[in-house]
Ligand binder design. Structure first.
Ligand SMILES: Cc1ncc(COP(=O)(O)O)c(C=O)c1O
Length: 389
């Protein structure tokens, strides 16, 4: 029996597979440190848990409108006005089953077969598969070659063709932790307007910025840019609500209506309980959030200092919760995948090969772990490096 061409070349998420392998090793009794997972290790905020329980207890867990509860769409619009300075209204917003789902909706709504979509390397592993799934052609744009993972605007301009439909943008970046400056976002926006491109702006790590870095949404740059931006965010990272599966997109009213229709046919409304929990956290900042962000910052310093002590080259992560050292001089012919496989086997330290992000010289370390585990992880990495020729 043949499967559709659309899915036959599709591979599962590398990061989810590695995280699962690490969990299996741990279940089999090995003392695994899992730096593969892109998931905060905190519990969901008290407000989220209470709102979810209240929703269940009400008994009225029913369908909502396909684009989400009107009150939540309004709350998200208000939240975006405050956090991004963009005058959105409820009609701009669609509540989705996750940020991942919002991204795939956006691509489905925009991309025709053969359309090219630019991915700014290093880029989150799912973008390329999602673009291919809707018949688009992912075009990888390399960053500057200086190891900072900063954008190379010349390369970006050179990658634009008559078939380019849009750009997948992600700041703060998973995997590099790079945060685009206002000037860089403005330059990117100018290119989008000049070439009439869509911008899918994945801002899921927008609150997680450090060292005084500022998160700038492309939608905030100008009205012209707002009209062509699909802003995506969700509850997973900032509220540690990964299992609630809550995300959203904000776009022009036309596009939002289209995505609402799409969702009504594909999956129906998002989960009612999760919508209530997310709404509670957006209406009143949970008391845990500031503490979580400060904790991530402390962990970031531990990792950055640890990698420096080991003499490893890595871009300075100013956002998200990943470090992305360049270890290419320690790879054998199997590249970053072989290195990560050996590291897992020898030291029970799970990491993700950079090739999953279009950056085969690097490996990704998630620092969403306790401080003691981070110190132990660095010791294991040091021992492993010392054991290799
Ligand atoms: C860059 C990026 N975008 C989107 C997501 C997906 O978030 P969600 O849990 O809402 O699907 C992730 C999760 O790892 C991510 O790293």
């Amino acid at each position: 029996m043949e499967l559709s061409q659309r899915v036959s070349s599709l591979k599962g998420s590398v990061t989810l597979a590695l995280a699962a392998a690490a969990k299996e090793m741990a279940a089999a009794g090995r003392d695994v440190i899992n730096m593969a997972v892109g998931e905060p290790d905190f519990d969901a905020p008290r407000l989220a848990r209470e709102a979810a329980i209240a929703a269940v207890e009400s008994g009225a867990v029913k369908y909502t409108p396909a684009a989400g509860l009107n009150s939540l769409r309004q709350t998200v619009a208000r939240h975006l006005q405050g956090s991004r300075g963009v005058p959105y209204e409820a009609g701009n917003v669609v509540i989705c089953h996750s940020a991942k789902h919002a991204l795939s909706h956006a691509l489905l709504a925009l991309v025709n077969p053969g359309d090219e979509v630019l991915l700014l390397n290093p880029a989150w592993s799912s973008y390329s598969s999602q673009v291919k799934l809707v018949g688009g052609v992912p075009v990888q744009v390399e960053p500057l070659a200086d190891g900072t993972c900063a954008p190379d605007f010349e390369a970006l301009r050179a990658a634009i063709s008559g078939a380019t439909k849009g750009i997948m943008f992600n700041s703060p970046s998973n995997p590099s932790g790079y945060v685009w400056s206002r000037r860089e976002v403005e330059e990117l926006a100018a290119i989008c307007v000049e070439h009439d491109l869509w911008m899918i702006s994945d801002e899921i790590y927008g609150r997680l910025v450090f060292d005084g870095a500022e998160h700038v949404s492309p939608a905030s740059v100008s009205e012209a840019m707002r009209a062509r931006t699909i802003l995506v965010d969700g509850a997973s990272k900032v509220f540690a609500m990964t299992g609630y599966r809550m995300g959203y997109l904000a776009a022009s009213p036309d596009l939002a209506r289209t995505v609402g229709n799409l969702q009504s046919q594909v999956s129906g409304c998002p989960n009612y309980i999760s919508q209530r929990a997310f709404e509670a956290c957006l209406n009143e900042e949970p008391e845990e959030v500031e503490g979580m962000i400060a904790t991530f910052d402390r962990r970031r310093r531990i990792i950055v200092e640890g990698l420096e002590r080991l003499g490893l080259k890595a871009p300075q992560p100013k956002g998200a919760f990943y470090a992305f050292p360049d270890l290419s001089d320690r790879f054998d012919e199997r590249g970053s995948a072989g290195f990560c496989a050996d590291l897992l086997e020898a030291e029970a330290l799970a990491t993700v090969p950079g090739e999953a992000f279009g950056a085969p010289r690097h490996i990704r370390l998630s620092y969403a772990l306790g401080e003691e585990q981070l110190v132990e992880a660095l010791a294991r990495l040091e021992r492993f490096l010392a054991s290799r020729p």
